[in-house]
Design a binder for this molecule. Structure first.
Ligand code: PEP
Ligand code: MG
Length: 455
């Protein structure tokens, strides 16, 4: 990204400047830093030819509330400047030069969405309880500890995924114990007693860390990343765990390990937590003459199929699982999550992924552990009912999505959600899952919009 900008300056090639009026940005691909700099009052939609729906650019666009369709294919680059477009970020559809009736339907849908959003905002602080009284926790995904207060303001009941690698990326070298303790403390202060699920450092694959150089690998997503990388330098993990426990004190902290493939990796990581915890507890007791009542839980992300398939052996040794559907989908369907052209097929509503979630929930609940979903699927409007029906206890989504996800849960009843899960599991492909869910929901909704004029 930086290289491209420097080349632009060196070759005197001005980067295209955006129009002053509200517009849809259509581009070949876009880096996370470009997305972060978009003026959200002017950029009303984003369409890219390349890129994946769970790439970091797409996740960022979603967190900024910009409707985005990424990886739409090279034909979008042929759209003439000034053409009218409809961007349906929820369905991943772009309509070019829509007819008057298509446009009217889109305007109606936008007005309906705005109304839903306004109503959801009013009730954002209330819990998400289905019509028949089943409560689902709705919490926030964060990359920046300074955003915890904003998440609470948007109705978050806690943080379900703190991507701590962003804390590390914000520093030119690994932040020391004091720096980390202060940063995690900032999030815990803002949460004011609500739980914080902190994922330990998840570097490698799509998340490089400049000061942790990795050997060149043919398949970095199948190489040194996540917990297997962290365990190669246990002192880094140890400092992080110490900082998290020190920052939390007696406040609720959940430690979560990324990319765990089986029980052996959990045990190796957990041993570090136990060691650090007993050192801190002994020091506290020596200083204060009494033990500190901690509220610590330990869990793993379920994002490798082997972890879901062996969840029954892991569950007795954890307090919770959190399903990372971005990676779980990538590894189950063997499609790189950021793949330029295939990622449209990497849909977390694939029955194979849903089956793994079903197994995970069954294993967890049999051992008294709870299950969250912290991948992008948790905020997919069509998936919320299915996940609740599969027995998921917590949905962790970007802060902006919290009011709507809560509202969605309140529209459900558990019997209906279980029916959605049953129907979804019985389908052969994700396309079939989506259309079967559409038909189920259509029974009391508007007729389905026509599919014309779509790229
Ligand atoms: C996931 O893989 O679904 C996840 C939540 O983690 P990340 O997107 O940071 O890999
Ligand atoms: Mg992941």
């Amino acid at each position: 990204d930086v290289g491209r900008r420097v080349l632009g300056v060196l070759t005197d090639t001005p980067l295209p400047s955006a129009p002053e009026t509200p517009h849809v940005l259509v581009t070949e691909d876009i880096g996370p830093s470009d997305v972060a700099r978009l003026d959200t009052s002017r950029v009303r939609g984003l369409v890219t030819a390349l890129g994946g729906a769970t790439s970091h650019s797409a996740i960022l666009a979603r967190s900024l509330g910009i409707p985005a369709v990424v990886g739409a294919g090279p034909s979008v680059l042929a759209i003439a400047d000034g053409s009218e477009l409809i961007v349906d970020g929820e369905r991943g559809r772009v309509s070019v030069m829509p007819s008057a009736s298509r446009r009217a339907r889109a305007e109606e849908a936008i007005a309906g969405h705005e109304q839903r959003q306004a109503a959801a905002w009013e009730t954002r602080m209330a819990p998400a309880i289905t019509r028949d009284g089943h409560q689902v926790e709705v919490v926030a995904n964060l990359g920046n500890t300074a955003h915890a207060g904003d998440a609470v303001e948007r109705g978050a009941e806690g943080v379900g995924l703190l991507r701590t690698e962003f804390v590390f990326m914000a520093h030119p070298q690994a932040p020391d114990l004091a720096t980390q303790t202060a940063q995690y403390g900032e999030a815990l202060d803002a949460l004011d007693g609500r739980p914080l699920v902190a994922r330990t450092l998840d570097v490698g694959g799509d998340k490089p860390l400049p000061y942790w150089p990795l050997p060149r690998e043919d398949n970095p997503f199948l190489g040194l990343r996540g917990i297997r990388l962290a365990l190669t330098r246990p002192e880094v993990l140890e400092t992080q765990v110490r900082a998290l426990l020190m920052a939390a004190g007696s406040r609720p902290i959940r430690l979560m390990f990324p990319m765990v493939k089986d029980l052996a990796e959990l045990r190796a990581a957990r041993a570090i937590v136990e060691r650090v915890r007993s050192e801190l507890d002994a020091a506290h007791e020596a200083e204060h003459g009494q033990p500190l009542m901690r509220d610590v839980q330990v869990g793993v992300m379920i994002e490798i199929p082997s972890a879901a398939l062996t969840a029954a052996s892991i569950a007795p040794e954890v307090d919770f699982f959190s399903v990372g559907t971005n990676d779980l989908t990538q590894y189950t369907l063997a499609i790189d999550r950021g793949h330029a052209t295939l990622s449209a097929q990497a849909d977390g509503l694939h029955p194979a992924v849903l089956r793994l979630i079903e197994m995970t929930v069954a294993a967890a609940h049999a051992h008294g552990a709870w299950v969250g979903v912290c991948g992008e699927l948790a905020s997919d409007d069509q998936a919320v009912g299915v996940l609740v029906g599969l027995g998921v206890d917590e949905l962790s989504v970007s802060s902006r999505q919290i009011p709507l996800v809560k509202a969605r849960v309140r529209e459900l009843d558990l019997t209906m959600a279980r029916e959605q899960a049953r129907v979804a599991l019985a389908q052969p492909t994700s396309e079939d899952v989506r259309s079967a869910l559409d038909s189920l929901i259509e029974q009391n909704a508007q007729p389905h919009p026509r599919q014309e004029e779509q790229v």
